[in-house]
Design a protein around this ligand. Structure first.
Ligand code: CMP
Length: 156
């Protein structure tokens, strides 16, 4: 393995150990409603650095795999059908305390409970169609980030 590759892995490993990345998706509802730009502006203004990003679409199978942890929940079929119905924006974000700070920025899962000014308060319409996803732990941020991005697509 070349020195450059080794250095890249060390830098990426350090970032994960330091708990400063999270993973997000701008979901199909927010994309359909033209909110990509406004949501990215909120993310940048809150001090997150985008270190990987793609405009893509989940197949039903990929959505089922991504949300496998919820497979026994009553809303699973609704969730994966929704998440595969149109394009999304997937991104890895970097900031100190990224997971917690991003969850604060997006607000509660149910937009009815989301604090004023949060992304879900502004752009989500329901519990199911809630505009954005944010990782719920450092461990899941890593799993979800690598689900969507290869090492060469992560540029910090
Ligand atoms: P997300 O942060 O992407 O993680 C799991 C998703 O499941 C969540 O956002 C919601 O979109 C969805 N979800 C959670 N609870 C419900 C529910 N009761 N009904 C429908 N969808 C839900």
């Amino acid at each position: 393995m070349s020195d450059v590759v080794v250095e890249f892995f060390i830098r990426f490993a350090k970032k994960i150990i330091m708990n400063n990345i999270t993973f997000t998706m701008i979901k199909p509802d927010a994309v359909e409603n033209g909110h990509i730009g406004a949501i990215l502006e909120k993310i940048n203004s809150a001090g997150f650095k985008i270190i990987a990003m793609k405009y893509t679409k989940l197949s039903l199978e990929k959505a089922q795999k991504f949300y496998e942890i919820h497979k026994d929940r009553p809303f699973f079929n609704e969730l994966v059908t929704f998440m595969s119905r149109g394009p999304i924006v997937a991104a890895i974000l970097e900031k100190d305390n990224a997971v917690e700070d991003f969850r604060e920025l997006i607000g509660s899962t149910n937009p009815a409970d989301a604090k004023k000014g949060t992304i879900r308060n502004l752009y989500a319409t329901s519990m199911g169609e809630n505009a954005v996803h944010g990782s719920d732990s450092n461990e899941n941020a890593k799993i979800e980030g690598t689900f969507h991005f290869s090492d060469s697509e992560i540029l910090s």
